[in-house]
Design a protein around this ligand. Structure first.
Ligand code: PLP
Length: 376
């Protein structure tokens, strides 16, 4: 059996090796390493794929969220609502800009922002909501967008884990993750569903004026060279990464399919096991399975984690500690037990290997290893 990996980027590369190598060498020969034609072509191809007006490439997913908040002129004292069950970057950029992160709990089935909790968290200081499409499934956008409209709030989607996921509104309109809010940030970190071979990111928006501000923000606040109209940052997508992403974008739908097929096989193997809750897929969103995450019930989760590691099955706990319990984010407003769903999830979730190259033999070994421990 081929060695099981959490993410198998080498096997994926082997299938597109020639295309990738050629593209990389072409950039090197062109010497257009920064803001070269590949970056513009990639942005325009991604716009077409997403059906969004503007894709503004930047250095990484964290930056994509930060520059969105900067370009929207969020100011110290403004409150930004996000969930306590996410990767730290989401809240980090809020805090870094001197804004106030306001944390809310998630829904127990989708692990995404609970709209009821958001409603209760809105105050006159609230300026934005940052829903995270966690693990590859869209948050409950219709409810959140309506709430945002009613209270005049920006919606900044954290699409880092969900590029390609589709959300269906009650009127039948289908939109891709990251194209529903005011702006959206995405990461092209190697292990993400559309990953490059280094760091990369982008912001999506349909708003022309905001797009122009975003382009300035990622480029030292300048529109005309050496004239700086705003305080910006330096956040760029390299041409080499853009060239790699152009190739991988052509395979994205097929990569999503491969993840969904692997998830289906996991689901089949765990069906009927009442100690494992397999991922719930909401009727109004597709799931692109950035992670395949089980909720364990009455199982020693850490024992299962160790058992799998001992059997050479890589696995991971996303996430072991909710944001409100992180040392850097401790806040007297938040007490233990205030976000019971997130706390329960942190104690009981486990994510299995998930990538585009899992084969049946590997899946059988992984699921047998899980069941061996759970049913013991
Ligand atoms: C990966 C990720 C980020 C950050 O992306 P980077 O490219 O690593 O900066 C932000 N939010 C979520 C939910 C992520 O998964």
């Amino acid at each position: 059996m081929k060695k099981i990996q959490m993410v198998d980027l080498l096997s994926q590369y082997n299938k597109i090796e020639q295309e990738i190598n050629e593209a990389v060498i072409n950039v090197i020969k062109s010497s257009a390493f920064i803001n070269g034609p590949e970056v513009k072509l990639f942005a325009s191809e991604l716009q077409d794929y997403l059906h969004v007006k503007h894709v503004i490439p930047c250095g990484n997913g964290t930056d994509s969220l930060q520059v969105s908040m900067m370009a929207l002129n969020l100011k110290p004292g403004d409150e930004v609502i996000t969930t306590t069950f996410t990767f730290i970057a989401t809240a980090e950029v809020i805090a870094l800009l001197g804004l106030t992160p306001v944390l809310v709990d998630v829904c127990p089935d989708t692990f995404n922002m609970d709209p009821e909790a958001v409603k209760k968290a809105i105050t006159p200081k609230t300026k934005a909501i940052v829903p995270v499409h966690l693990f590859g499934q869209c948050a409950e956008m219709e409810t959140l967008l309506n709430m945002a409209k009613e209270h005049n709030l920006y919606v900044i989607e954290d699409t880092c884990q969900a590029i390609g996921a589709e959300y269906t509104f009650s009127n039948g309109i289908v939109k891709k993750a990251g194209t529903m809010g005011t702006a959206s940030g995405v990461s092209f970190f190697p292990s993400k569903n559309l990953g490059c071979y280094g760091d990369g990111g982008a912001v999506f928006t349909d708003d022309d004026e905001l797009a122009e501000k975003l382009r300035m923000t990622v480029n030292h606040g300048m529109k005309v060279r050496y004239y700086h109209d705003a305080i910006g940052v330096n956040s760029r997508l390299d041409s080499i990464q853009a060239a790699i992403l152009r190739i991988k974008l052509r395979h994205l739908d097929e990569y999503i399919k491969a993840r969904q097929i692997a998830a289906g096989k996991y689901n089949d193997a765990f069906a009927g096991c009442d100690k494992l809750v397999t991922p719930y897929v909401a009727p109004n969103s597709t799931h692109v399975f950035h992670q395949y995450t089980l909720v364990t019930k009455g199982v020693d989760r850490n024992g299962l984690h160790q058992h799998l590691m001992d059997k050479n099955v890589p696995c991971a706990i996303y996430y072991p500690v909710p944001l409100h319990k992180q040392k850097a984010y401790l806040d007297p407003r938040y007490k233990d037990g205030m976000f019971p769903v997130s706390e329960m999830l942190c104690d009981s979730v486990i994510s299995l290997p998930m990538h585009t190259e899992l084969d049946d033999e590997q899946i059988k070994y992984i699921t047998d290893s899980v069941l061996e421990y759970v049913n013991k």
